[in-house]
Design a binder for this molecule. Structure first.
Ligand SMILES: *Cc1c(COP(=O)(O)O)cnc(C)c1O
Length: 465
């Protein structure tokens, strides 16, 4: 048996080659596979897992094969072209290559002096994305584990910018209870974040929408004024650019102006919508984003990297430097603004930015513009087909998500979804849009074809509920 932890070079090459071949076979099989819907591994596999005690060595190769078997049956296959899902992408090949490179070097990029090449690559990508989004020269930021962490960083920055003593004294430093403003259709990680920052879940004001899934600026203005009247301290307005359920974009310019008027932090959560910046045509939908103090854009959504890569961008990099500052005797001497451990939530961190560097480098902005435009077109195609069969499209999104209602009304949405999941070739979900259940379909895979879309529409039109 080979050394399982540190095999010699020849043994390593042989296992690695086998693994590559096995994964390629999985990839080939994946497009023809009936999409796993329940995502449940076999009972036998689960039993083996539960009785695994790690009480002696086992062949690595055998274990890896066993894991892959379990994943094949026990996963909702986001890499399948029929997965019209929750903006979990099939990753680009360039991003997968980046993961292999990152694993081989395993650079510790929390501190510049340990991995200057990797840190420079991440900072470069952050700068280019910020400029592309229209943020001014000198903007900065960092990669995160995802959108939730980026929104968390934004909230801490907003609190810090409003009250310089927050860092030392916490919320007791404020003259009144701090409050933050998001729409009721926003991503509710905001509630967890409010809890974690110490302002409490009740500090999150879930502002009414306009009947079309966008924050209502008048309701926002009224709530801010009422809160100030009651002695609260508004610290952040966070507009969503691409709601998770329906791809709706809050009115960014009015939200930004209101934030400016009240001297509160303006954040734009463009976790999945942010990829629109790639397209000269479609980025117009994000107008107003350039006024933000900070922006969240996930790399692992529409930019289609592997999981665990988001971005926090800010026009005021001195604020996170104040929020996350810390001194330890054992960390090597720093490089101002380039040591991620004193500018972000994480400490030790993985080189995730390489995924986007390689993908953007290989495809260029035009490549991603094509990717974005294609998913928008295919989503529109599905909606059009179904509209011919009496369905209605209830969201008017500039992004790649359709919220659809069958001819018989909202009450039967679930039955259509169950029929799709049971058939197994496609994955769609139920969402609540403006208080009503809808069938949500979102093109997240760069290999989904027009034929895939046409067959799904045909299937839905043929379902008897
Ligand atoms: C997905 C999403 C988030 C959360 O991002 P994660 O990457 O899952 O942490 C936040 N906001 C919006 C609008 C999202 O779509």
């Amino acid at each position: 048996m080979i050394d399982p932890l540190f095999p010699d070079h020849a043994a390593l090459m042989s296992v690695e080659n086998e693994l590559t071949q096995r994964l390629n076979a999985v990839r080939r099989a994946s497009a023809s596979r009936k999409l796993a819907v329940t995502g449940l591994p076999s009972a036998a596999w689960l039993q083996e897992l539960r009785t695994t005690r790690f009480d002696g060595p086992r062949e690595l190769q055998v274990l890896m094969d066993w894991v892959i078997d379990g994943l094949e049956s026990g996963t909702v296959h986001m890499t399948h072209p029929g997965y019209l899902g929750l903006f979990n992408p099939a990753p680009t090949f360039a991003a997968e290559c980046a993961d292999r490179i990152a694993a081989a070097f395993n650079p510790q990029i929390c501190v510049y002096s340990h991995a200057p090449a990797a840190v420079e690559i991440e900072l470069h990508v952050i700068r280019e994305i910020a400029l592309r989004a229209g943020l001014p020269e000198g903007s900065g930021g960092h990669f995160t584990s995802g959108g939730a962490e980026a929104n968390h960083a934004a909230t801490l920055c907003a609190l810090q910018a409003n009250c310089p003593d927050y860092g030392e004294r916490g919320v007791s430093a404020f003259a009144g209870p701090p409050t933050v403003y998001v729409s009721k259709e926003s991503h509710l990680a905001w509630l967890k974040i409010a809890h974690a920052t110490g302002i409490g879940r009740n500090a999150v004001r879930l502002i009414a929408t306009d009947g079309h899934g966008r924050m209502n600026p008048r309701a926002l203005q009224e709530t801010v004024a009422a809160d100030i009247g009651e002695g609260c301290v508004p610290v952040m307005i966070a507009a969503t650019a691409g709601t998770t359920n329906a791809g709706m974009i809050d009115p960014l310019t009015p939200c930004g102006e209101l934030a400016r008027r009240h001297s509160v932090w303006f954040h734009v959560d463009a976790a999945w919508g942010g990829a629109l910046v790639a397209s000269v045509v479609h980025r117009k939908a994000l107008e107003g984003i350039e006024c933000a103090d900070s922006v969240t854009i996930d790399a692992h959504k529409w930019f289609a990297t592997t999981m665990g890569a988001g971005m926090f961008l800010t026009t005021r990099p001195e604020v996170p430097a104040e929020v996350f500052r810390v001194y330890t005797s054992y960390m090597p001497a720093g490089e101002a603004g380039k040591d991620f451990y004193v500018n972000s939530i994480q400490w030790s961190r993985r080189f995730v930015g390489l995924r986007l560097f390689l993908a953007l480098g290989a495809a260029g902005w035009d490549g991603f513009a094509g990717h974005v435009a294609r998913s928008i077109r295919l989503t529109g195609r599905l909606a059009q087909h179904l509209q011919h069969h009496g369905w209605s499209l209830v969201n008017d999104s500039p992004m790649a998500v359709a919220c659809l209602v069958p001819p018989q009304g909202h009450e039967v949405v679930r039955r259509y979804i169950d029929a799709v999941l049971e058939d197994g070739r496609y994955w769609v979900s139920e969402a609540i849009f403006e208080g009503q259940p809808v069938l949500r379909a979102c093109v997240t895979n760069g290999r989904t074809s027009e034929r895939d879309i046409d067959l799904l529409a045909e299937f839905l039109a043929s379902v008897q509920v």
